[in-house]
Design a protein around this ligand. Structure first.
Ligand code: NI
Length: 164
């Protein structure tokens, strides 16, 4: 298990647009494994490559249903809306209300560069949108309605304040 350092908001790497992955290399496989390890260690539900300082279009997500690896994800469809608390591993201890689609359909490559499509609702839809935003250099704070608020990890309701 290898953990990578999660970059904190203010680091310019979080504001850059990521480049597509053209081929799967041993280095990229290792990055994906490390991203999963880092996400689980931090008890997050998602992590994007720029959050560990790599400007490539890779995200990992686990909303409690097993790991999802998305290479070069592309959102094909969205519908509905949901408003709820959202956090980010790049801004620990804080959260804010963000409105996201309630349904998302995404096309991506897996860790073997095989294309698949995935539909998600509720938390998964939120996580997909949040992580895909990271690949465009967008932090959720630019979409927060109202003020950010402090989260107390001991009192944190995982359903309310997800950290991505
Ligand atoms: Ni995030």
């Amino acid at each position: 298990m290898a953990l990578r350092q999660v970059r904190i908001m203010g680091d310019p790497v979080l504001e850059k647009v990521c480049r597509p992955v053209k081929e799967m290399t041993s280095r990229t496989r290792e990055l994906i494994e490390d991203m999963l390890d880092t996400m689980y260690d931090a008890e997050g539900v998602g992590l994007a490559a720029p959050q560990v300082g790599v400007l490539r279009r890779i995200v990992v997500i686990d909303v409690g249903e097993g790991p999802i690896v998305m290479v070069n994800p592309e959102i094909l469809e969205t519908s509905g809306s949901q408003t709820g608390g959202e956090g980010c591993l790049s801004l620990p201890g804080q959260a804010g209300n963000v409105t996201r689609p309630n349904y998302v359909k995404v096309r991506a490559l897996d860790q073997n560069m095989e294309e698949y499509e995935l539909e998600g609702t509720e938390l998964l839809a939120r996580a997909i949108c949040h992580e895909c935003d990271h690949l465009e250099g967008i932090m959720y704070v630019s979409k927060v309605e109202g003020d950010l608020y402090d989260t107390d990890p001991d009192l944190m309701d995982e359903e309310e304040d997800i950290q991505e």
